[in-house]
Design a protein. Structure first.
Length: 110
């Protein structure tokens, strides 16, 4: 009798875990980001000091942004400013390629 009861409990636990995974799949989203190896290592090391994982840290930051937390929004605005600065920069190689392309075009030829 106990053996059959144990089997029923195990099956119930298995079904419960499957349901939990399905709920997580339906409710949660995975986010993938690219970090350089040194940044990844240092960030992970800093979080380790506080017994935190990157995923929970990013999730907390996302929640702060949603709530328009002053400090989180400062980080967002700084990232936006840096992105805009990077977008307007033309590298030396890009400038040379552009100059070469312009010099090859003769506006007076047909």
């Amino acid at each position: 009798m106990d053996n059959k009861l144990d089997m029923i409990r195990e099956e119930s636990e298995y079904e419960s875990k499957k349901l939990d995974k399905l709920i997580d799949f339906e409710i949660r989203k995975n986010v993938h980001i690219n970090l350089s190896k040194p940044v990844h290592a240092e960030f992970k090391k800093k979080l380790f000091d506080y017994n935190l994982y990157m995923s929970e840290t990013f999730a907390h930051f996302a929640q702060l942004v949603i709530e328009e937390n002053v400090w989180a929004m400062k980080i967002v605005k700084e990232a936006y400013k840096l992105k805009r600065q990077d977008a307007t920069k033309v590298t030396k190689k890009e400038a040379e390629n552009l100059y070469d392309a312009i010099s090859e075009v003769d506006p007076f030829s047909s």
